[in-house]
Design a protein around this ligand. Structure first.
Ligand SMILES: [Zn+2]
Length: 69
């Protein structure tokens, strides 16, 4: 069996030979290998964007705290 995990919920993915798609039994994700790698790629980019945003907020907050004494 495959050792793939669902990019949405982390559940185990099962490969359906008939439709040639992966199925997640936890959340119902149903996608081809290409679609799954697309989702993973997108989530990685989102994570990087999130981290960048949080850093910007933090920097702004520090600046704001310093300039408001
Ligand atoms: Zn899932």
């Amino acid at each position: 069996m495959s050792s793939n995990f669902c990019p949405e919920c982390g559940g185990v993915l099962f490969y359906d030979n008939l439709s040639r798609r992966y199925v997640c039994k936890s959340c119902g994700l149903y996608a081809t290998r290409e679609e799954i790698s697309d989702i993973k790629e997108r989530m990685k980019e989102e994570e990087i964007r999130e981290k960048k945003k949080k850093r910007e907020y933090k920097e702004y907050l520090e600046w704001w705290l310093k300039s408001n004494k």
